[in-house]
Design a protein. Sequence first.
Lengths: 232, 436
Amino acid sequence: MNTHLSKQFDLELENIRTRILQMGGLVERQVLAAIEAFGTGNIEEMQQVIRNDREVDAYEVGIDEDCTLLIARRQPTARDLRLVMAISRIVTDLERSGDKAAKIANKSRKVYRAGARRIPRISDVEHCGQLATDMLHGALDALARMDVDAARQVIGADKEIDEAFNAILRQLVTYMMEDPRTISEALDVIWIAKAIERVGDHATNIAENVIYTVSGIDVRHTGPAARKAVRE
Amino acid sequence: MTPRRQWLATAVLTGVLPVLATAVLAGLTLGADWGWAVAALGWLFVILVQLRELSNLAAWLDAPDSREPANVRGFCSELVRRLGRRLRDDSRKLAQAEAGLHSFREAMDAVPDGLVIIDTQHRIQWSNRAAAVHLGICLPRDGGAIIEQLVRAPGFAEYLGNPDVNAPFVVQSPAVRTRYYAVRVVSLGEHSQLLVSLDISDARRVESMRSTFVANVSHELRTPLTVVSGFLEHFADDDTMTAEQRQHFTRLMSDQTTRMLSLVDDLLTLSRLESEDAPASEEEVEMDDLLAQLLAEAHSLSEGRHRLELICDGQALQGNRKELHSAFGNLVSNAIRYTPAGGDIRIEWRIREGLGAFCVRDSGVGIPAEHLPRLTERFYRVDRGRSRDSGGTGLGLAIVKHILLRHQATLVVESQVGKGSSFRAEFPGWRLKAVG
């Protein structure tokens, strides 16, 4: 990071970065735990995930306030301003991912409580979840290291997760057509898969914000060609 | 002469004396004023020469590329010589220290534990190669980064702020989810801390295996116990039971207790096999004898439902008869239990390529390939329901594996679903004894 005249400013900026990455670590664990609980049917763990969501929310409020205070007090410019703006957007993405984890836990609790005999496509959903958590991890690493290349890789991985989601969807539709008694649990599994797919989207947003911070170019809603053009 | 004296002598001889002598000569021939003037000019000259040499020396010190400066003479040459020696010594020591540091770094990189040094602000100063695998910290990319930004496991920041040496912090590997690392923090003086990460995945796996084993044993004992206790309650409550019913229930209860007994027997056998490395005693086991005994047992177990065949074509085997009997008996009884009525079972003992091979071949249900590597695990079952119905404890093949290990033998399993399986125990050549 560049050095500023005011060492205190540097410290504050770095503190916000550390806090958002800590929040990211918590969200990552939440998503991972939710998907694992869905696979094993551990009700206790699902409830733990739902409870922990409050902690994620507390992080969001705290970091948002820190960002506002920093802008008011220090009036950052250029890259520092972009970083603060990006962080306040990333906070929202992380909080939403946390909500998705809670949602996965909630839905799987419902599925298991209903006494589902056989949950369809469980290993495919787990595979999808693995992709999503890998993406989230990659996006946070890119944020920690301000690494544009790593961020671009994360954005590229989103396609794979979308394909995996569509495959699950197709299989579940067939499943429901074959045996209408499974509709209710298959629908819940679709909700879970959708939530996982959304986590991947949030990871993409985080990666886009990293590119914006480093290069000053907004790559949201642009094609891969524009992203590729971003070179430092 | 001491170096200091030598230096003085050089100075006097090259600087002071010639000027003094010329000045005295000039004073005597041309007058005192001339003498003073010559002395002043002479010494001025000497001083200028020295100054020039000093500036040469300074220039050389800035870039000591040549060993000694060529254009420094006289008065300063001694100084130069010693400076040169000092410089050479220093650069040699530096090279030694660098080599030492290099080999130290190599050693640190070879350490299987991850090592990271951080300063008071938790910025990464140094890390070894294992840290890249354990914590994802890789130099030089992450040098100077704040460690909490890279190791983001919840609770890690708190642990770093208040480390407890006795209770390490456990992190999951970022790359491979099944690997776990225990991180300890050791303080290195006032200004830095050392993080040591240890791979504990294996320890965790052993721990989980142990608890699975306990859970399995309890489950296996619980099922027959539930049956027995259910019947006992029935006996106590129901007075109107006919003698026939009573007999039927008693037989069922006795089946269950037999099952529990055989389970406990198998457990005891396993624990005994595990606690000793080698059989208590070894003798020459006549295989004709042993196989005849196995065949008799097989006949009584099969009750005429299978075609049994025996081929014994080999020497006696060095080993513990009781253990071998138990291992072979397990293989034979497995074959009978998993082969439907009317199937063929062949028991063989022969020498193949210098190895003694005991083989049980059946025409039974067969085992799907994905189960083969796990067959000898305790309580591992290909088909839970059927195995228990046929009276297995789930420990048979584990016992076989242990006994064979003690006899340096290996178990080879070949199987095809629907066609049958063959279990072959291969004994090393030195265990075979010539007949007679």
